[in-house]
Design a protein around this ligand. Structure first.
Ligand code: IFM
Length: 831
C-alpha cells in the first residue's frame, strides 16, 4: 500500500473473494467486482456486476414457509477472457488461470488515483522448459466519465518462445445471485429472456456446440440475431429481470491493438456471447487485446432500447488508450472535489474508503432514483438494500457533492407515499419508512433469518427499527444546513420531516402513571434486543435512542412549520390535511417523551435494568470472537435478549448525532439534565457491554470517545479503519464493503476531529485532534464557498477560502467569530 495504490501479491484462493470486493471498480451507475477474467470457478471466485437500483423479487420456500426477497441483481458478467498458447511446433496448451499449475507469479494493484485495477500473472507455457513463459498484464476500468462504459486491456508477452495466443472473450448471461452462502437456500435466478447477437457482417455459427463448451451453454436456438448497429467485432447479450422486467443489454467489442486485420470469430449461445481470436506472437513480443463493454438497462433515460444503446455506445467508444485517458481525467475532477491529506496508514485507508464511497455514490448518482446500498455495489449481502446507513454517508457527501445528497433524499421522497401507506396499515398517521428499502419503498426486511451456527431459521423483527424515519429527517435537516437549499427544505424536505413527526406523534401513548408519553414495541439500533426475555411479543418499549431522536424530529417539525414562508407552510399543511392542533401536540410530546434511567445512566430501553449480566470473559475464552453473540447464544439454546449485551452502539448513537451542547439541550427539552459527567458515565456503562457486531459500532464509539475520553478513541478509530481492509467481521467484506463505516471514517476526520458544524451564518469549529491524528487537512464545500480548506494542527487551525465573488466566510471558534475573505486564509488559535 502507498498513498494511492493497494497491491496484493500472490494468488490466495482463501482471500480471493475479499480481494474481489476491495478491488471492485464502479462509477455510481454500475460496479464490477475485482474478479479474475480467466475463471469464475466456485467457491473461490464470486464475480458480480451490479447496476444501482436494479432489483428483482423472487419467492422461495424456507423452513416450510413461502418468503419473498428483493435482490440487487447480479447482471451478466462482462469480464470473461481466457487464453492459452500454442508454442511453435507444439499442440495447444491448457487454458491458463490463477490457481492453475502453470501459474508462477501473480499480483494485483488497485490504483485509486486513476481508478484502475491491474492484474499481473506469469505462467510457464512448456512444462519441461520453465524458461518459456507467458506474462500477462490486464488493466481494467469502469469509466467514471462515461457511466455505461467499461474496458479491459489484456497484454500478453511471449517470453522465450514464439507461436500463437488463443483468446476467448465472452459476455456470460448464465449468472445467479450466489455471492452469499447464507442465502444458498433461497431462489437466486433473476434473469430470463436471453438473446445474443453480433454485427451484420459476420457469419454466426448458431448450430454447433464448440468443444470445451460448458454444459449450461446451450446453443442459441434461433434467438441469436444480428443488430444493424453492432459492428463486426462486437457481440451483445440482452435479457431481462424475471419479475421487475428490467431490460438489460451488454455489448462487447474485442480488438487486437494495432492489428486491425485480426477479427474475432463470434459464437453465440443461449446465455453467452463468445468471441475467439488467434494472435501470432514473436519471441519477446507483447500483444494487447482490448475488450470494451457497454451496459444499459431499460431504466436509462434518453435511449430507444437498451440493446441499441449498448451497441451504439461500444461502436462510438474510442480505443483503450483514449478511453483510459478520459477516465483518468474524470477521476481527477472527482478527487479535486474531495481534497484531503491525512498522514500515514490512516490516510491510505481513508483514501481507499473514499474511493469506494465515490464508486458507489458518484456525481452520476445525482441522475438516478437510488438510495444508499449498505454494502455498496460491491456484493450481494443485504441484497443491495437501503437501511439507515445513509446517516453515516450523507453528512460526508453534503460537504462535497450536495447534488448527490439531494438525489439520495429524492429517493426517500419518492417513497414517502409508500411510507405513509405503511403507517396507515398499522393504524398510524404520517410516514413509517421501511427498515430495509429497495425498489418501491415497501418493507424489504426478511421475516426469517438463518443462524449459520445452528442452522435454524429464526423470526426476524428488525422491521421494528422505526428509528430509520428519524435518520431520514435528520439527513434532511443536515443537508439543508450544509447547503442552505431552502427550496428543498420548504418543499420535499418539509413534507418528509412533517410526516415522520406525525408518525411519532401518533405512536406516542400517554402513560398517566409516568406522566410521560411512551413509544412501545420498537427495536433500537442494537439489533440484539428485539423483545423481552421469554415474551412472545416482538419489540421493546421506550428505546432511549428512538425516543430522544423522535423528540428532536418533533421539535424540528415545529421549528420548520414556524420558520417556513407562510404560503409554503399553508399549502403543505392543506395538502397534508393537517389539523391546526397538531403542532401543539408535537410540542407537548417533544417535551414529555419517556427516557428511562437506571443506576444513574440512561437505560437502553425500559426494563433493560432487569436483564442479566453476561459472563463476558467466559464467552470470550470459549469462542474468541463474540461479535455475533446472538448467533452463539441461540445455538446454545439461550437468547441474547436475556442479557445486558448490545450488538452495537445504541444509546451512544446520540453522541454521534448531536454535539455535547446539542445533546444537553435536547435532554433539557425532555426535562432531564445531561452533563459531561453523566454522559461519560453512560459511555463507561455501555462500552464494555457492547460486542461491536456491526462495523458502525466502532465508528460511533470512536466518535463519542473523541469528545469525551480522547485517549481511548484511537483504538476504536483504528478498528473502524481496518474493518474492511482486514475483514474484521470475519468474512463479511467478501460479500460487500460496509459503506456506512467507510463514509463514517471520512466524516470522523472531517466533522468529528474538527468539530465542524454548518450554521446558517457560517461554520463553527471545535477541533479535538487526537494525539495519533493531530495534523491533517480537509477541504469542504459550504454553500457557495466551493473550496474551504481546514488545516488542523495541535494548537492552531488554518481556514483558507478560495477566491470567489462571495462574501467573507464567518468562522466561529471558542466563542469568537472571524471573517475569512475569499482568496485569503487565517490561522486561528485553539483554546
Ligand atoms: O444498518 C445496519 C445495522 O445498523 C446493523 N446491521 C447491518 C445494517 C446494514 O448495514
Amino acid at each position: 500500500m502507498d498513498r494511492w495504490t493497494w497491491t496484493y501479491e500472490g494468488f490466495d484462493p482463501e482471500r480471493e473473494r475479499l480481494r474481489e470486493a476491495l478491488c471492485t471498480l464502479g462509477n455510481g451507475y454500475f460496479a464490477t467486482r475485482g474478479s479474475a477474467s480467466e475463471t469464475s470457478a466456485r467457491p473461490w471466485h464470486s464475480p458480480g456486476t451490479y447496476a444501482a437500483g436494479c432489483y428483482n423479487r423472487l419467492e422461495s420456500t424456507v423452513a416450510g414457509r413461502r418468503v419473498e426477497n428483493e435482490d440487487m441483481v447480479n447482471l451478466p458478467d462482462w469480464l470473461p477472457l481466457r487464453y492459452r498458447v500454442r508454442v511453435e511446433g507444439a499442440g495447444p496448451g491448457h487454458w491458463l488461470a490463477p490457481g492453475g499449475p502453470e501459474l508462477i507469479e501473480y499480483g494485483q494493484t488497485l490504483d485509486l488515483r486513476h481508478g484502475t485495477l491491474t492484474r499481473r500473472s506469469v505462467y510457464t507455457v512448456v512444462a519441461e522448459n520453465g524458461g518459456r513463459r507467458l506474462r500477462v498484464e490486464q488493466r481494467r476500468l469502469v469509466h467514471m466519465g462515461e457511466p455505461h462504459l467499461a474496458a479491459q486491456r489484456t497484454s500478453f508477452t511471449a517470453e522465450g518462445w514464439a507461436g500463437e495466443v488463443e483468446v476467448e472473450a465472452a459476455i456470460d448471461g448464465d449468472v445467479r445471485n450466489d455471492g452469499v452462502a447464507r442465502y444458498a437456500d433461497l431462489a437466486n435466478r433473476h434473469l430470463t429472456g436471453w438473446c445474443t447477437g453480433t454485427g451484420p457482417t459476420d457469419t454466426v455459427p448458431i448450430d454447433t456446440v464448440p468443444t470445451g463448451t460448458a454444459p449450461a451453454d446451450k446453443v442459441s436456438a434461433g434467438r441469436a440475431r444480428t443488430s444493424s448497429s453492432a459492428p463486426a467485432d462486437t457481440v451483445w447479450l440482452c435479457c431481462r429481470t424475471l419479475n421487475s422486467d428490467i431490460g438489460i443489454a451488454l455489448a462487447a467489442r474485442t480488438q487486437v491493438a494495432g492489428r486491425p486485420g485480426i477479427k474475432p470469430a463470434p459464437r453465440l449461445f443461449d446465455r453467452r456471447a463468445v468471441q475467439t481470436l488467434t494472435i501470432p506472437v514473436e519471441r519477446g513480443e507483447t500483444v494487447s487485446v482490448d475488450k470494451t463493454v457497454a451496459l444499459y438497462t431499460s431504466h436509462d433515460p434518453a435511449i430507444s432500447d437498451p440493446c441499441t444503446a449498448a451497441n451504439e455506445a461500444v461502436r462510438r467508444a474510442p480505443a483503450f488508450p483514449r478511453l483510459l485517458a478520459s477516465h483518468h481525467r474524470a477521476w481527477e475532477r472527482i478527487w479535486r472535489r474531495t481534497a484531503f491529506d491525512v498522514p500515514g496508514e490512516a490516510g491510505s485507508i481513508l483514501r481507499l474508503h473514499l474511493f469506494h464511497v465515490l464508486q458507489t455514490l458518484s456525481p452520476h448518482t445525482a441522475d438516478l432514483d437510488v438510495g444508499v446500498p449498505a454494502r455498496g455495489l460491491h456484493g450481494e449481502a443485504y441484497r443491495g438494500h437501503v437501511f439507515w446507513d445513509e446517516l453515516f454517508v450523507l453528512p460526508y457527501l453534503n460537504l462535497h457533492f450536495p447534488e448527490v445528497s439531494r438525489a439520495l433524499l429524492g429517493y426517500r421522497y419518492r417513497r414517502l407515499p409508500a411510507a405513509c401507506r405503511a403507517a396507515g396499515e398499522v393504524g398510524r398517521a404520517g410516514a413509517m419508512y421501511p427498515w430495509q428499502s429497495g425498489s418501491d419503498g415497501r418493507e424489504e426486511s426478511q421475516r426469517l433469518h438463518l443462524n449459520p451456527h445452528s442452522g435454524h431459521w429464526l423470526p426476524d423483527h428488525s422491521h421494528l427499527q422505526h428509528h430509520v424515519g428519524s435518520a431520514i429527517a435528520y439527513n434532511v435537516w443536515q443537508y439543508a444546513r450544509a447547503t442552505g437549499d431552502t427550496e428543498f427544505l420548504y418543499g420535499d424536505g418539509a413534507e418528509m420531516l412533517v410526516q415522520v413527526a406525525r408518525f411519532w406523534a401518533d405512536s406516542a401513548v400517554w402513560d398517566p402513571s409516568l406522566e410521560r408519553y411512551r413509544v412501545r414495541g420498537v427495536v433500537g439500533p442494537d439489533e440484539y434486543h428485539d423483545g423481552y426475555p421469554d415474551s412472545t411479543a416482538a419489540g421493546l418499549d421506550d428505546n432511549a435512542y428512538t425516543n430522544v431522536t423522535a423528540a428532536w424530529v418533533l421539535a424540528r417539525a415545529l421549528e420548520l412549520s414556524r420558520a417556513m414562508p407562510r404560503s409554503r407552510g399553508q399549502a403543505l399543511f392543506e395538502r397534508l390535511r393537517m389539523d391546526p392542533a397538531e403542532p401543539e401536540r408535537w410540542d407537548d410530546i417533544a417535551h414529555r417523551l419517556h427516557v428511562p434511567y437506571h443506576d444513574g445512566v440512561i437505560s437502553q430501553f425500559e426494563g433493560y435494568a432487569d436483564l442479566d449480566e453476561l459472563d463476558w470473559e467466559r464467552y470470550r475464552a470459549r469462542y474468541g470472537d463474540i461479535r455475533r453473540l446472538d448467533r452463539i447464544l441461540e445455538a446454545e439454546g439461550d437468547s441474547v435478549n436475556r442479557y445486558k449485551a448490545s450488538k452495537q452502539a445504541d444509546v451512544l448513537m446520540l453522541g454521534y448525532l448531536f454535539s455535547p451542547a446539542e445533546l444537553a439541550a435536547l435532554f433539557r427539552q425532555l426535562g432531564h439534565r445531561l452533563d459531561d459527567e453523566s454522559w461519560r458515565a453512560t459511555i463507561d456503562y455501555y462500552l464494555p457491554r457492547t460486542c461491536h457486531g456491526s462495523t458502525l459500532s466502532a465508528l460511533v464509539s470512536a466518535w463519542v470517545l473523541a469528545r469525551a475520553r480522547r485517549d481511548e478513541a484511537w483504538a476504536f478509530a483504528e478498528e473502524a479503519l481496518v474493518g474492511d481492509v482486514a475483514d474484521i467481521q470475519g468474512g463479511t467484506t467478501a460479500e460487500g464493503i460496509h459503506l456506512g463505516a467507510m463514509a463514517g471514517t471520512l466524516d470522523f476526520v472531517q466533522r468529528c476531529l474538527t468539530g465542524l458544524e454548518t450554521r446558517g451564518d457560517g461554520l463553527s469549529l471545535d477541533p479535538a485532534p487526537l494525539p495519533q491524528l493531530s495534523k491533517f487537512r480537509v477541504g469542504v464545500r459550504y454553500r457557495n464557498h466551493w473550496d474551504v480548506e481546514l488545516r488542523i494542527r495541535t494548537r492552531r487551525v488554518r481556514v483558507g477560502v478560495a477566491e470567489s465573488a462571495e462574501e467573507p466566510l464567518c468562522v466561529a471558534l471558542d466563542g469568537r467569530k472571524s471573517a475569512v475573505a475569499p482568496g485569503t486564509a487565517r490561522w486561528l488559535d485553539l483554546p
